[in-house]
Design a protein around this ligand. Sequence first.
Ligand code: GLA
Length: 732
Amino acid sequence: MSILYSPENRLLTLHTRHSTYQMCVDEYGFLRHLYYGERADGADFRYLLRDYDRGFSGNPAEFRNNRGVSLDTTPQEYTGFNAGDYRVPALCAVHADGSYAADLRYAGHETRPGAYSLPGLPAAFDRSPDDSATLVVTLRDTASALQVRLYYGVFEERDIITRAAEIVNGGDSVIYLEKAASACIDFLSGNWELLHFHGRHCMERQPQRVPLSNNVQSVESRRGMSSHHHNPFTILCAPETREYSGECYGFMLLWSGNHKTEFEKDYLNSVRVVTGIHDSQFRWNLGAGEHFFTPQVLFSYSASGFSTLSHHYHDMIRWHICRSQYVHKRRPVLINNWEATFMNFTTERLLDIARQAAELGVELFVMDDGWFGRRDNEDDGLGDWFVNENKLPGGLNPLIQGIKDLGMSFGLWIEPEMVNEASDLYKAHPEWALTVPNRPPMYGRNQLVLDMSRKDVRDYLYNCFAELLRNYDISYIKWDMNRCLADVYSHELPAEQQGEMTYRYVLGVYDLAERLTQNFPHVLFEGCAGGGGRFDAGMLYYVPQIWCSDDTDAIERLDIQHGTSFGYPPFTMGSHVSACPNQQTGRTTSLYTRGVVAMPGTFGYELDLNRLSSSEKDEVRLQMAYYKKVQSLIQNGVYYRLNELEEQERYSAWEFAAPDGSEILVNLVVKRVQANAPLIRLRFKGLSPEATYALEDTESRYSGAALMTGGYTFPMFWGDYPALQLHFTRVD
Ligand code: GLA
């Protein structure tokens, strides 16, 4: 049983395979958090709590005389604001009389088999009936009809606990929510560090590890998107935690908009984590009888380092977050024309690129930005989703037919959420754009953002794209989003509801994504936001892959993919071989190195292959054949990071292991070759210790145990950014 309740001491215990999570209801109805960590069967952790009266900390009314409990030192599951807990709150509710208060006490709980869903929001799902179980604990405000339902989804085999909150207004007057986090968790003690993933356009998800100090640190985005700058995935770890040892906890939001995860180390060195939607520019009118659902967050614990934690999230995303059939299907090797032509192309020019690509083994041709409206530059076209016949005379058919005649399938770039002021759409519907009345708009890439909270906008977009998908043989769509939100104001909503827009926008995006992906399940969708500006588990519920970054430089990509891999599996990362010198950095790397770096993602090319020399073309042919040979191992294998964070400056190494230990693919790229350098020796993972392995293209044989303990010593490297792939297969 993964969810246990013991009525005599009002203990609620959740078990996953390797972790235990426990809370209790005390005699006054506070839902106290007791423990989250290594699995501990039969434990009753109430003894860990020692209550004292602390100076300048609030005593609830029940303790007025004996002052037995200070609320801001009591570990809790979900806390309201202005009720004596001075730490970061999970909920901030304002009642109709203007009072800020929520004194939340236990009112009951229920357990049920299977996963819970959240209306309009992504949520982890079951593949078979006993994959998960759900606990719902109801808390009730002592003096109003405000209720909070806390959802806990226990995916026992995956070592994941999902959490979300439903806020219910059971009264007859409005309640304003000014903050509604998905979850709160208190760690009684421990010397924790924060590992978070920050970045910028063209350098997303860079790991940064910092000690917690006695204040609040937060990882947040106010850009309307999960952002290039701060990913909604964070890790709390012990100072000694490494890739394969030490304790760590992960917090991953299934949310693609403004988010905030706060880490507060309080005056007694306890640590509180509160995670969810951002409270900035958020004010939700919860009318009588209404419910508000927060996004879901995935908690996970590992006692054996970051790698294990990553495996929990990779498996969870593979099996319980991504719904696309392509997660379990071989993905086509694609070619995208963006870096080859930008918006300057014709049918003939594209077919020219496609012909060479088909000849070398590429399977899918993707036409990127520039095919619609009057889209000759960034100033026009967005919103006008009809074919630009100046570039594509006769429309899409001649191009698609040409591509199909080459034996390839066809894909298209779209940017649904945006509009250019010069477009016909904007002229017809200026009120569909997010703009603040009487103020000049804030531009990004000379485009405005459509009001995705509006049903008419979503219907228009759905009809445009559904018609394309119905009328043409399109097997792939790249859904881009090329600016952050500003001027978040809806011309449809009344003044008092403008504080709902940051949330409603994302729900609108999810609604359109739901309709398109569910009604056209045969289409492979790839997410994108100026590269990886919306790379999050919320989007992965709808699309199985996301363009990882606009930076296609192989050496930069090593850092981006490495950071991304902490939370997200490689099969979600769009990754292409592009031309050299690289368009973003001017750096030159070998075709071989570029291939090694692009292969761990969803492999493809983004250049005009006609421009390669004939020996380079031969190399591409071999590269693609090699990729197709190891593709299933890459897509379905277990991913291991082979070197620690601090070694990433010199080299990057990773491995894919078949789940049954039958083969592994080791990858190494040296970023900085040095004279007389120490040799690189790495221990491999995921082999069967008793088995013997052959190294491809050699006569060498190794024992699995030896490769995992003694490891493997690499030769000395020479030149700029050398790379090596080693494929070992089991021979006995
Ligand atoms: C974004 C994407 C690119 C490309 C351009 C087109 O920057 O990340 O891959 O599609 O838009 O405008």
